[in-house]
Design a binder for this molecule. Structure first.
Ligand code: GTP
Ligand code: MG
Length: 355
C-alpha cells in the first residue's frame, strides 16, 4: 500500500473526500440494480490468440513485440508488423485483416459516448495556480502535452514537478499513479525529485519508487521504450509518460533536407504510439521540445518549435516556455482544442515550481 506522509491538514481533506466518495457510491449501486441497460452487450473481449493463423508461438512473438491488443495490430501495415514481430509479410497481412474484423475499432461514436470517455479525464496540478488555470484546471490525461522553449527555459523542471505531483493522491491534485520517464538528454535528477517531494511533505523514497526512468540512447531506442511501457502498463497504474526531449535524437540523427521526410514519418509513428498510450491508459503524455530560430521571420518571435506540422498536429496542448527577468518563466498556451490562448508567470525554485 502507498503511504504518503502529509501534513495533518491535507490528511483531514483526504478523509473528507473519502467520506464523500463513500456516500455518493451508495445511490449509484442502487441505480445499477434497478436499471437494466439493453444497450450494453458486454461480450468477453477477443484476444490475439483468437486471430486466424495465430498459434501459441505466433501469439508469443506478437506479445513480445508489444502487440497484446487487437487494436494495436489492426492499425499496423503488414510490412511494419512483419518487421516488428519477426513474422512473414503474408502471415502479418492475414493477422491484421483478422484483427480489423475482431477489434473494437469503434469508428463513429455518439457525442454522448465521447463525453462519457472525456468524463474519465483526470487532471494533475502543476502546483502553480496560474498555470493550472491556463490549462483549464491542470495537465489532463488522454492528451499529448508539448512544452517547447529554449535551453534553460524550465521544460525539464516542469517535467520533474509533474512527475512528483502525479504520484500524489487525487484529493491533493495528483493522480495516484506511476510515471514513466524517457530521458534522452540525461537530465533526469533524482535529487530534484527528492527536493520537490520534501517541499510537498511527501516521502521521497515512495515518490522515487513510482517514477520509472529509462535513458534513451537514440531514436530506435526511444521508440522501443514506448513498447516497453505498453507492456508494463498492464500491471501498473500508469498515469503519466514523460518524453524529455521528444525531438533531440530525431534532430541529431536525421540531418539535412534529404532526411526530413524520413524523420517526420518516424516521428509521426512515435507520436501515434504515444497517443495510444495516453488513450488506453487514461494517462498524460508530457513531451518537451526544442526550438530553432527562424531568422527570416519579419516580425514577432522568431523562435519556432522543432518537429514541423507532424508535431503541431499531434500535440493536444502546446505550451511555449520562456525565461523572463529575475528567474521568472512565462508559459504561453499556444494551441489547445478547447481553451483560449493565454499566458502565466511562475518561478523555478529549489522546492520546485511556484507562483
Ligand atoms: P534544455 O533541456 O537545456 O533545453 O533546458 P530546459 O528547458 O529543460 O531547462 P531546465 O528545466 O533544465 O531548467 C534549468 C533551469 O532551472 C536552471 O537554469 C535554473 O534556472 C532552474 N533550476 C534548476 N534547478 C534549480 C534549483 O534547484 N533551484 C533553482 N532556484 N533553480 C533551479
Ligand atoms: Mg531539459
Amino acid at each position: 500500500m502507498i503511504k504518503l506522509t502529509t501534513g495533518a491538514k491535507k490528511k483531514e481533506k483526504t478523509e473528507k473526500i473519502a467520506e464523500d466518495a463513500q456516500t455518493s457510491k451508495d445511490p449509484k449501486t442502487i441505480n445499477e440494480e434497478v436499471k437494466v441497460q439493453p444497450m450494453e452487450q458486454e461480450e468477453p473481449d477477443a484476444t490475439i490468440e483468437d486471430l486466424p493463423g495465430v498459434g501459441p508461438a505466433t501469439a508469443e512473438k506478437l506479445r513480445e513485440a508489444g502487440f497484446d491488443e487487437l487494436l494495436a495490430i489492426a492499425v499496423m501495415t503488414p510490412a511494419a508488423l512483419a518487421d516488428a514481430a519477426e513474422l512473414g509479410e503474408s502471415v502479418s497481412a492475414k493477422i491484421i485483416a483478422g484483427a480489423k474484423k475482431m477489434a473494437n475499432i469503434g469508428g463513429f461514436i455518439s457525442g454522448g459516448a465521447l463525453m462519457e470517455r472525456r468524463r474519465e479525464i483526470m487532471k494533475v496540478s502543476s502546483g502553480v495556480e496560474s498555470l493550472d488555470t491556463l490549462l483549464g484546471g491542470g495537465f489532463e490525461t488522454q492528451a499529448l502535452v508539448e512544452v517547447y522553449g529554449a535551453f534553460g527555459s524550465g521544460k525539464t523542471q516542469v517535467a520533474h514537478q509533474l512527475a512528483v505531483n502525479c504520484t500524489m493522491p487525487l484529493s491533493e491534485g495528483g493522480m495516484d499513479g506511476d510515471v514513466f520517464y524517457i530521458d534522452t538528454e540525461d537530465t533526469f535528477r533524482p535529487e530534484r525529485i527528492i527536493q520537490m517531494s520534501n517541499a510537498l511533505n511527501l516521502d521521497p523514497d515512495i515518490v522515487l519508487a513510482r517514477i520509472h526512468v529509462a535513458r534513451a540512447y537514440n531514436t530506435a531506442h526511444q521508440i522501443l521504450l514506448v513498447d516497453e511501457i505498453k507492456r508494463m502498463s498492464s500491471s501498473m497504474n500508469i498515469k503519466m509518460v514523460v518524453v524529455d526531449s521528444l525531438t533531440s535524437h530525431f534532430r541529431s540523427e536525421y540531418i539535412g533536407r534529404g532526411m526530413l521526410a524520413d524523420r517526420q514519418q518516424k516521428l509521426n509513428r512515435h507520436l501515434k504510439e504515444l497517443k495510444q498510450l495516453a488513450d488506453v491508459n487514461n494517462a498524460l503524455v508530457f513531451m518537451t521540445n526544442q526550438v530553432h530560430s527562424k531568422p527570416d521571420a519579419m516580425w514577432g518571435d522568431p523562435t519556432k518549435p522543432v518537429g514541423g506540422h507532424v508535431l503541431a498536429h499531434a500535440s493536444t496542448f502546446r505550451i511555449y516556455l520562456r525565461k523572463a527577468k529575475a528567474g521568472r518563466r512565462i508559459a504561453r498556451l499556444v494551441d489547445s482544442p478547447n481553451l483560449p490562448d493565454g499566458e502565466c508567470v511562475f518561478q523555478v525554485t529549489e522546492d520546485g515550481l511556484c507562483d
